[in-house]
Design a binder for this molecule. Structure first.
Ligand SMILES: Nc1ncnc2c1ncn2[C@@H]1O[C@H](COP(=O)(O)OP(=O)(O)O)[C@@H](O)[C@H]1O
Ligand SMILES: [Mg+2]
Length: 229
């Protein structure tokens, strides 16, 4: 079976003034549907760049990325934003919740942007918030929540469109170890109960061990791939 996510010799260069930074340098990775892959590596090794490219938030400089069989370089910006909205859920270290919106409104935002505000869509958002243990905090604003609670709202937001692929960038980076473990357990549940594909960046080996496979980046290159035991 063809992989759900394929990177073929992907490179990404950033130009900063006269300096050229090679953030990714010939990365080839296959991720199967329903797999949980952890990406490790030191700060600056290209982890976030890799997730941005897989998530169609940015374009590669060379090489090709296939998402569910579609070559991203061949798609228009509009087509990429459709893929982002319909197929991908993002979870970030900084949560990225909008401060003026409630938990419910934050979690419902992707469905609203996709023009889905029917009763069943709103009901699903409520179910997602309940599933991550936030069913009794629907009307709270982010400033009235703990870090762990904010991350749960962010996860509910990522799940609101029932994405095939969840991309998480250091999702436990701002959480204490207990909240971090709970967050990882929710991601594992997404994989095991809903068959969602998870690609998670972390520099914590304990967090990475939740994955089926651990890929290590160094200076924009894959230097190691380990199957979890
Ligand atoms: N928008 C950008 N413009 C210029 N350089 C960038 C940009 N984003 C990342 N970089 C550089 O690319 C390299 C990889 O960054 P990043 O992917 O954020 O690494 P990581 O997430 O592993 O810490 C770093 O050297 C970083 O400084
Ligand atoms: Mg990063």
């Amino acid at each position: 079976m063809k992989a759900q996510v394929t990177l073929e010799n992907v490179a990404k260069c950033y130009t900063k003034g006269t300096m050229e930074i090679r953030a990714l340098d010939g990365v080839s990775i296959d991720v199967k549907r329903g797999e949980f892959v952890s990406i490790m590596g030191a700060s600056g090794s290209g982890k976030s760049t890799l997730l941005h490219l897989i998530g169609a938030l940015d374009r590669s400089t060379a090489g090709e990325i296939y998402l569910e069989g579609k070559a991203l370089s061949s798609l228009s910006d509009d087509a990429l934003s459709d893929i982002r909205r319909e197929r991908i859920g993002f979870i970030f270290q900084q949560f990225n919740l909008l401060p003026t919106l409630t938990s419910f409104e934050n979690a419902a935002l992707p469905t609203l942007l996709a023009g889905r505000a029917r009763r069943e869509d709103r009901e699903r958002v409520r179910e997602m918030l309940a599933a991550v243990g936030m069913g009794d905090r629907l009307d709270h604003k982010p400033e009235e929540l703990s870090g762990g609670q904010m991350q749960r709202v962010a996860i509910a937001r990522a799940l609101s469109m029932q994405p095939a692929i969840i991309l998480a960038d250091e999702p436990t980076g701002n959480l204490d170890s207990k909240m971090g473990e709970e967050t990882l357990a929710i991601l594992k549940e997404c994989q095991e109960s809903y068959g969602q594909t998870i690609i998670m960046v972390t520099h914590d080996a304990k967090a990475a061990a939740y994955g089926d496979r651990i890929i290590t980046l160094k200076d924009g290159k894959v230097v190691e791939e380990l199957e979890a035991i």
